[in-house]
Design a binder for this molecule. Structure first.
Ligand SMILES: [Zn+2]
Length: 285
C-alpha cells in the first residue's frame, strides 16, 4: 500500500543496488563513456547512408527516440534520453552505462519499454539497436533519470547568476516545467554540485592569471599589467589584486582627453567577492 504523495519506488531510490550506484556515478560525474572502451579505430566522419543501411538522425532537443537513430557521441544519446523523459514525463532509468551497449528501461513495474544504443563500427557512430516503444502505464510524476548530476546541469546558469537560488526553487521549477517531482535531497545535492563546479572554475581561472598577464603583454606591447599576490597561511600563493592598462588606451587618453579621470566601482557578488574598479576619462569635446 502506497501512501498518497509517497513514491512507490522511494525505497529503491534511497537504497540502490551496486549496478545502479555505478550507473548513477557515471551520470553524476558526467562520465559518458567508458575510458577503457576504444571505439576510435573507426572513421570519424562517415556518410550515414553510404553503407546501404538506413539510419535516422533527429534534431537535438526534439525529445524523440527511434529505432536506428544515430548519435555522434554517447553524451548526445544521454541528452536525448533526458529530453525524452522530460518531454513525456516518463519514469525511465539507466540500465547499463559506460559499456559497449548502453541503455534505459522504464521504472514502472511491468512496463517493457526499453531503448539500447551501441557503437556501430561500419559508420563510426552510436546507433539505437533496440527500441521497444510501448509504455504500459501513464507517467507517475517521477523520473529516476533526473539524478542530482543531471539537475545540476539543468540549473547551472540560474545558480551561477544567483548563489541564493534555493533547492526548494529547483524542486518547484522542475515540477512546474516538466510536471515531475524530484526529492529535496536530489535538489540539495544538485545545488552542492553546481557550487563545487563554480568553485573549481574559479580556482582554475585564478591559477591562469599569470598566463593571462603574459598573453596581454604579448598581444599589447608596452601595456601595464600588475598582478599582486600574497602568501596564505598554508604557504600557497593567493590572488590579491590585478591591474591592467592597455598601451593604446593610455596613449590615446593622454593625447585626446582632459587630464581628469573618474573611477567607477562595483562589488563582485561571486564566491570570492572583491571589487572591480574602472577608470573613466572624457575626451576634449
Ligand atoms: Zn513505461
Amino acid at each position: 500500500m502506497v501512501k498518497s504523495g509517497e513514491h512507490p519506488h522511494e525505497v529503491e531510490i534511497t537504497e540502490p543496488c551496486d549496478a545502479e550506484i555505478q550507473v548513477e556515478r557515471n551520470v553524476a560525474s558526467f562520465v559518458d563513456e567508458d575510458p577503457n572502451f576504444d571505439y576510435h579505430d573507426t572513421p570519424p566522419n562517415f556518410d550515414d547512408e553510404g553503407c546501404g543501411e538506413k539510419f535516422v538522425r533527429l534534431k537535438k532537443g526534439s525529445g524523440q527516440l527511434q529505432f536506428k537513430q544515430v548519435f555522434d557521441t554517447l553524451k548526445d544519446f544521454k541528452e536525448c534520453l533526458i529530453d525524452y523523459a522530460l518531454k513525456g514525463g516518463y519514469n525511465i532509468k539507466l540500465d547499463r552505462w559506460g559499456k559497449e551497449k548502453n541503455g534505459v528501461v522504464c521504472s514502472m513495474d511491468g512496463c517493457h519499454w526499453r531503448c539500447y544504443c551501441s557503437f556501430h563500427n561500419p559508420i563510426g557512430k552510436w546507433v539505437v539497436k533496440t527500441y521497444e516503444d510501448d509504455h504500459n502505464f501513464t507517467p507517475d510524476g517521477y523520473c529516476r533519470l533526473l539524478k542530482s548530476g543531471v539537475v545540476a546541469k539543468m540549473f547551472m546558469d540560474e545558480i551561477r547568476t544567483n548563489l541564493d537560488y534555493s533547492p526548494k526553487t529547483i524542486q518547484y521549477e522542475v515540477q512546474k516545467r516538466f510536471n515531475i517531482m524530484i526529492t529535496p535531497d536530489v535538489c540539495k545535492k544538485a545545488k552542492k554540485k553546481v557550487i563545487e563546479m563554480i568553485h573549481r572554475d574559479h580556482l582554475e581561472q585564478f591559477s591562469r592569471l599569470r598566463d593571462y598577464k603574459d598573453a596581454i603583454l604579448a598581444t599589447n606591447p608596452n601595456s601595464t599589467v600588475e598582478l599582486d599576490t600574497i602568501i596564505g597561511d598554508d604557504g600557497s600563493e593567493l590572488f590579491r589584486r590585478f591591474y591592467v592598462c592597455f598601451d593604446v588606451i593610455c596613449k590615446l587618453w593622454s593625447m585626446w582627453c582632459r587630464p581628469i579621470f573618474g573611477i567607477n566601482g562595483c562589488f563582485l557578488k561571486s564566491t570570492f567577492k572583491g571589487q572591480l574598479l574602472a577608470s573613466v576619462g572624457r575626451d576634449a569635446i
